[in-house]
Design a binder for this molecule. Structure first.
Ligand code: ADP
Length: 445
């Protein structure tokens, strides 16, 4: 029987706390003054007063004792008196418990809902604690990671995903970039792994099967590479014939001269696009630069400066500043391709009379190649998209100056393969600075 949770207090009028306290104090004053008056009447004022205070103290101490027992185990012990302040305290305590119970029920419902919805998710979801121990997982995690409740509950996630790269990712603590890795159940399944920290030291591990996406990506890359490759030979033949025909000159070709000139220009453009597409496909095929050596960057830049001057044809003032003659560990032809794209862009997008400064240097933070120009500049909204394939701020201008729209995409991929990144600062009408940053371990004296 629920002795302690009876309905006594519910029958109490719901007075506010200040009202209860006023009544309690009035009652105290009444008792003490009653006893005082009787004491005065019988000539024992102090004794009667002390008796009254003592009796009240004992009663309240007893109620406190009842209250503490009741709070500890409300089903086994009765609550304190329902009179006065103790009744109000009982009522408030019950209200607090009721609120707590409601909150708990709500949390329970939310947790059940979360578990049910997570179970229905196609992505593997695992709750791990601060030490990486697995506390809970959904059914997708069972199939994708091969988790078994009996064998794996409480075990570290790194014991299931035994991969040094994943271990480094887990312990690094920076989960802003997801990790790609093979699934522990089958090597041909590729997973994209994310970790989301939440609560006190908890982490939510999520793995998505991206095998299909990667397969489509490979199909796309192969398609572009194959088409470019197939177009290369016919274009070379057409271009060769057009060159030969155009040698006949204006007299020999008559009114066809202009047409042949234009055909020749367009085939040259198409050949450049095909060449750039082939370079991009090669760069995309793996993340690491192949055939690496110590590249004498100052020497490479001297050669590129001469080429830039030839392209500029005396229209610009081009300078090369070598802050530190550091060399770079990387792939020569890839670096040449990246640096030349940035330098030639500066020449192509800087009007006549402009200045171009090529700088190379390195310190503890890493090596830095940068090209500053006083050219047309680029407004802010275009900057994040510059390295996308075929993204041009001004399509007409790019084509007119012989651009393929692939130069900065090549730069980005070369830098990724060398552990570096591209930074661009630009202001329309003022100029641009393109900086290629390399990590410190790439530079050598
Ligand atoms: P493109 O062959 O068209 O130059 P890129 O990929 O090399 O292609 O560059 C992408 C776009 O970025 C260009 O079309 C141009 O609009 C802009 N751009 C690149 N470099 C510069 C620069 N130095 N100054 C102004 N705009 C530039």
């Amino acid at each position: 029987m629920e002795r302690g949770t009876g309905s006594r207090s519910r029958q109490l009028p719901d007075k506010t706390l200040p009202q209860v306290w006023i009544r309690e104090l009035a009652f105290l004053v009444l008792i003490v003054s009653g006893f005082g008056l009787v004491g005065l009447w019988v000539g024992r004022f102090v004794i009667f007063l002390l008796c009254a205070i003592g009796a009240l103290l004992v009663w309240h101490l007893y109620q406190l004792f009842l209250f503490s027992r009741w709070v500890e185990s409300p089903k086994r012990h009765p609550p304190p008196s329902s009179l006065g302040i103790w009744g109000a305290i009982e009522r408030l305590t019950r209200q607090m418990w009721e609120r707590g119970r409601k909150r708990k029920r709500k949390m329970g419902r939310m947790l059940t809902g979360f578990r049910e919805s997570s179970s229905a998710l196609p992505d593997a979801t695992v709750v791990i604690d601060d030490l990486g121990r697995m506390e809970w997982w959904n059914s997708a995690a069972k199939t994708m990671l091969g988790l078994d409740r009996k064998r794996h509950k409480g075990r570290g996630i790194h014991e299931v995903l035994i991969d040094p790269v994943f271990h480094a990712f887990l312990t690094r603590g920076d989960y802003s970039v997801p990790l790609q890795m093979p699934a522990p159940v089958a090597d041909n399944i590729s997973l994209e792994v994310r970790i989301v920290p939440y609560g006190k030291g908890k982490r939510l591990f999520q793995a998505r099967d991206i095998s299909r996406v990667l397969q489509l990506e490979t199909v796309r890359r192969d398609f572009v590479a194959n088409v470019s490759h197939e177009m290369r030979t016919p274009l070379t033949v057409i271009h060769g014939y057009l060159e030969a025909i155009s040698e006949a000159g204006e007299e020999g070709l008559g009114h066809w001269h202009n047409a042949v000139e234009q055909m020749s220009q367009q085939t040259s453009r198409m050949r450049r696009i095909v060449e750039d597409l082939l370079v991009l496909s090669r760069l995309e095929s793996d993340q690491q630069a192949q055939g690496q050596e110590i590249v004498d960057v100052p020497l490479l830049l001297e050669n590129l400066l001469a080429e830039a001057e030839a392209l500029s044809n005396g229209q610009h003032h081009i300078t090369l500043v070598i802050d530190q003659p550091v060399k770079l560990f990387g792939n020569l032809s890839e670096l040449e391709s990246a640096f030349s794209n940035v330098i030639f862009n500066a020449v192509r997008y800087t009007p006549e009379g402009g200045r171009i400064e090529i700088t190379w240097g390195g310190d503890d933070q890493g090596a830095n190649f940068s090209v500053h120009d006083t050219g047309i500049g680029i407004s802010g909204e275009h900057l994040p998209r510059l390295t996308e394939r075929f993204y041009r701020v001004d399509v007409g201008r790019s084509r007119q100056s012989g651009g393929t729209g692939l130069g900065l995409a090549i730069v980005k991929h070369v830098l990724i393969r060398h552990g570096g990144h591209l930074e661009v600062q630009s202001e329309p009408g003022i100029g641009s600075t393109f900086s290629c940053k390399f990590p410190p371990f790439r530079s050598c004296k």
